[in-house]
Design a binder for this molecule. Structure first.
Ligand code: NAG
Ligand code: NAG
Ligand code: NAG
Ligand code: NAG
Ligand code: NAG
Length: 426
């Protein structure tokens, strides 16, 4: 009885919608969807609710495989398949027999996806919008699949928010991601989301985004970046970089130069968002604050950013726009200059590693600590040098044999060591 009614309903459906194939049930989805999904016209949040789209929605439906997607109606424009448990996406998720000419959005977020096979997605030539957020993607294993996105010929927006397994170090999977971008030829990609991926540096492959020539927006918020450390001179369409909620105390001189240089020859505009970073308002940030106030890069609302740390201490809690005094912490009041130079050198290179290695408390170190440490360092080095000077004769006797040994070693590899004394056998 029920079967007969469902079958009759399906026939009616097929008459009303000549585009759909196979039997459908009361959800208007194919029967293989087991009545768990919904199919029909609906406003799409992926185009900010502008138009109604034919939407297939399988949200929190408990599927553990994607066999049903073989029956995806060919008129589908938006596929939402989220909140299921699909550790491995198999080959050919969609049927080879169906043309999915209208499919423009695929949302497969929150599915515990670990592996995507190289040939998972076919028939996705018109998809503009791919969302794979909140999965456990593994892309660093030896079965590299650099062509996973290669059939998304027209992809414009790729959302990989919190998409990668927390088991792998971001600097490893970013290397794999660069291969993926390179092999997949995403030449129309405009928007890339990589928020919440524990990314702490992009410096190991600074050209990663150069594989995306049409990129306009790069979203890197809520990561653990401590500087802007990748290249954008290759991105001629770039308009916006989101770096909010990272752990940037200030931009390095190098970062500021790189940002300025992309704007130089043309009238391009570039916006950067850096809200809610733990800014440090002491002498080391002088260049940064000056840059904010003068650069053509539009650092959005920078005057409102808050100093989490600083010197003088009354800078702490102030907005960057109201800070007028940026000093180095002093212990006694004299020799401040020497120390500030010391710190300036420290700052001009790569940021010291232990400043970003562990941040249980988004805080960095206090400027007072740095001042005291630098002072101690200078003091101890001077003391050692003085001692060394007074005992230089003794030292010579101790050090020379080793020096000889070392220079001989070097000598073997082709460097001459003629001046080294020869009285000690090695
Ligand atoms: C998809 O279905 C879920 C649960 O049935 C619902 O909460 C959600 O709003 C639907 N999404 C769209 C875009 O229709
Ligand atoms: C796929 O999932 C459906 C529904 O959960 C189940 O009935 C079917 O047996 C599964 N197929 C395979 C090949 O595991
Ligand atoms: C990632 O690896 C780098 C070096 O390979 C290491 O310095 C860093 O601490 C690692 N980060 C995490 C979060 O494990
Ligand atoms: C740059 O912009 C200014 C004012 O917006 C305009 O007058 C000028 O022609 C532009 N120059 C180029 C090279 O586009
Ligand atoms: C920014 O520059 C203006 C004028 O050039 C100056 O009056 C102002 O104090 C500067 N602001 C900061 C925060 O440096």
């Amino acid at each position: 009885m029920v079967v007969a009614r469902v079958a009759a309903f399906a026939v009616v459906c097929c008459v009303i919608w000549p585009g759909s194939w196979g039997e459908t049930d009361h959800t208007r989805c194919p029967v293989s969807f087991l009545g768990r999904c919904s199919c029909g016209m609906g406003f799409s949040r992926y185009d900010t609710f502008k138009e109604k789209k034919y939407t297939v929605n399988c949200t929190n439906t408990g599927f553990t495989n994607v066999t049903l997607l073989q029956d995806l109606p060919d008129r589908t424009e938006v596929l939402i398949f989220t909140g299921n448990t699909i550790p491995i996406l198999p080959f050919n998720v969609f049927s080879n027999m169906v043309y999915l000419d209208f499919l423009e959005t695929i949302d497969m977020s929150n599915n515990h996806i670990k592996f995507i096979q190289g040939r998972t997605f076919h028939k996705v030539y018109n998809v503009k919008n791919l969302i794979l957020s909140h999965n456990n993607l593994e892309i660093t294993d030896d079965k590299e699949r650099p062509r996973v996105f290669s059939n998304f010929e027209n992809l414009e927006r790729l959302v990989l928010t919190n998409a990668f397994s927390e088991d792998s170090n971001s600097s490893d999977y970013l290397l794999s991601l660069e291969d993926i971008f390179y092999e997949s030829e995403l030449v129309y990609l405009k928007i890339l989301h990589l928020e919440q991926n524990e990314i702490w540096t992009i410096g190991d492959n600074p050209k990663i985004f150069c594989q995306l020539p049409a990129l306009e927006q790069l979203h890197l918020g809520q990561n653990r970046l401590f500087d802007f450390d990748f290249r954008i001179d290759c991105l001629h369409s770039l308009l916006y970089i989101d770096l909010e909620m990272n752990i940037i105390p200030r931009l390095s001189d190098d970062a500021m130069t790189r940002l300025d240089s992309v704007l130089e020859p043309t009238n391009k505009s570039l916006q950067i968002k850096m809200t809610e970073n733990p800014f440090s308002c002491d002498c080391r940030s002088k260049n940064f604050v000056h840059w904010l106030n003068t650069t053509k890069v539009k650092v959005m609302e920078w005057e409102q950013y808050t100093c989490l740390d600083g010197y003088p201490e009354n800078n702490i809690g102030k907005h960057l726009g109201e800070v007028h005094e940026l000093k180095c912490p002093s212990v006694h009041g004299n020799s401040v200059k020497a120390r500030s130079e010391n710190i300036a050198n420290y700052d001009s290179g790569i940021y010291p590693p232990d400043d970003h290695a562990n941040h249980p408390h988004y805080h960095g170190y206090s400027s007072g600590t740095i001042g005291a440490l630098s002072f101690f360092l200078v003091f101890t080095s001077s003391l050692l040098l003085a001692v060394a000077y007074f005992h230089r004769k003794n030292l010579q006797n101790i050090v020379l044999p080793y020096w000889d040994f070392i220079t001989r070693k070097i000598g073997y590899t082709g460097l001459s060591n003629d001046e080294a004394p020869h009285e000690v056998n090695v």
